[in-house]
Design a protein around this ligand. Structure first.
Ligand SMILES: [Zn+2]
Ligand SMILES: [Zn+2]
Length: 58
C-alpha cells in the first residue's frame, strides 16, 4: 500500500505540518490522536472502533 497523505480540515496542512491542537473528534481525548482520511483527528480507540485509517497504516 502506498503512503497516503491526508490534510487537516482546519488548517489544510499535512499531519507533520499541522500545528492545530490535536484531539479526537469523537471523544476529545488526546491519546495517540492521528489524522484520518476525513481530515479530522481521532484517538486510537475511536479509530479502531470506527475503522478509520491513518495515512501510513492500512
Ligand atoms: Zn491543522
Ligand atoms: Zn476518541
Amino acid at each position: 500500500m502506498p503512503v497516503r497523505k491526508f490534510r487537516c480540515i482546519v488548517c489544510e496542512q499535512l499531519e507533520e505540518q499541522c500545528t492545530c491542537q490535536r484531539y479526537c473528534a469523537f471523544c476529545y481525548s488526546d491519546y495517540r490522536v492521528r489524522l484520518c482520511e476525513d481530515g479530522q483527528y481521532y484517538c486510537a480507540d475511536c479509530r479502531e472502533a470506527c475503522d478509520y485509517k491513518t495515512g501510513d497504516r492500512t
